[in-house]
Design a protein around this ligand. Structure first.
Ligand code: NAD
Ligand code: MG
Length: 348
């Protein structure tokens, strides 16, 4: 299976996203695989059978979101200089979204920008993070605040890697698949209700459809000036949940699942989305053991937190809600009372 991405503005380029068994990868110049000890321990041997380069290096960085920092980028760059990588070299990101975002960012700044290839190994990174060219790191002011748009040269999505992925991580990726269906594609949503994603051929199909939808959005709006913001469905709520519960208690996809339930309630408050549609989304989330409930300490405090999000501009906030399954709506600065009313339903 194949998805093409066509970006209009230089320096962005077209690239292919291959959803299949990993092909052999031949790199003309030098290359460095960036990975972490966990992914390397599980899968590096298999990857090495498929990669050929003039010189091939492996750069290992610690595993975890807490290492998605400028310090780790410095460490990576030092290794690239040690290995005398040059402007013609290629980086290969081999891991989940953390590895992908950091390798992409390092590729965007090493000698003012070199090629990189994404080989995502978590479901979340296969359906979301590896596609679209957002790269970056966290700092003490927040997540993904420093980075660059830097499109990969290719994305190779092989579901084989997922065999070793913990169940919760798998489900977290499914939340982002469900997100795409609710926002953009009613047929895909129906299909998800009928087909089991634990079955590999179905999973490949779902990845393909999610990636196609994301590619379409990115083609239209690479730099998030409009429709790309729709990918934040559920996320405005999720970021607050992640902040309040401390990073680590909920996986991102789990927080997004709860966030989608909240966004659906908000949609209903404004006369969109039926109770039946809300139930269908909840059922689908539950099928993959994703959380659909959450207790808020204080609706007021939860509300205030929205405005600390980097995506809130001039104290205005836009909520992404479904109008129907398969159709999104942007709700700009809804009255506080209505939002509070919805949040109160989740109060302890
Ligand atoms: P992750 O990269 O931290 O991976 C989750 C865990 O799974 C890690 O411990 C990882 O080592 C492990 N792992 C990876 N592959 C495995 C495998 N095959 N088997 C067993 N374990 C494996 O997390 P993630 O959910 O993949 O990605 C989250 C990151 O992606 C966040 O930093 C987020 O900001 C970023 N993200 C970026 C975009 C984007 O557009 N650039 C989109 C969504 C998310
Ligand atoms: Mg997300």
């Amino acid at each position: 299976m194949k998805v093409s991405i066509t970006l209009p503005t230089p320096p962005s380029r077209d690239y292919e996203i291959i959803i299949d068994e990993l092909p052999s990868i031949e790199i003309e110049g030098k290359a460095a695989i960036v990975t972490n000890p966990k992914v390397a321990g599980l899968h590096l041997q298999r990857l090495l059978q498929s990669v050929k380069a003039k010189e091939l290096y492996i750069v290992t960085i610690p595993d975890g979101e807490e290492y998605k920092t400028m310090e780790t980028i410095e460490f990576m760059l030092d290794r690239f200089f040690d290995h005398r990588l040059d402007r013609k070299s290629t980086l290969i990101a081999f891991g989940g979204g953390v590895i992908g975002d950091m390798t992409g960012f390092a590729a965007s700044i090493f000698q003012r920008g070199i090629d990189f290839i994404q080989i995502p190994t978590t479901l979340l990174s296969q359906v979301d993070a590896s596609v679209g060219g957002k790269t970056g790191i966290n700092n003490r002011f927040g997540k993904n605040l420093v980075g660059a748009f830097h499109q990969p040269k290719a994305v190779y999505i092989d579901t084989f890697w997922l065999n070793t992925l913990p169940k919760r991580e798998f489900s977290a990726g499914i939340a982002e698949i469900i997100k795409m269906a609710v926002m953009f594609d009613a047929d895909f949503f129906d299909w998800l209700e009928k087909n089991d994603l634990y079955e590999d051929s179905n999973l490949k199909e779902a990845i393909k459809r999610s990636v196609e939808l994301k590619a379409r959005v990115v083609n239209e709006d690479e730099k998030e000036k409009g429709v790309r913001a729709v990918l934040n469905y559920g996320h405005t709520f999720a970021h607050v949940i992640e902040n309040f519960s401390g990073y680590g208690s909920y996986l991102h996809g789990e927080a997004v699942a709860i966030g989608m339930v909240m966004a659906n309630d908000l949609a209903q408050e404004f006369g969109y989305f039926s109770t039946d549609e809300s139930e269908r989304v909840k059922e689908l989330l539950k099928k993959y053991n994703l959380p659909v409930s959450y207790s808020i300490e204080s609706a007021e405090k939860f509300y205030d937190q929205f405005f600390l999000d980097k995506k809130s501009h001039d104290n205005k906030i836009t909520f992404i809600i479904p109008e129907n399954i398969g159709k999104y709506k942007m709700l700009s600065s809804p009255e506080k009372e209505s939002v509070i009313k919805v949040l109160k339903k989740f109060e302890k």
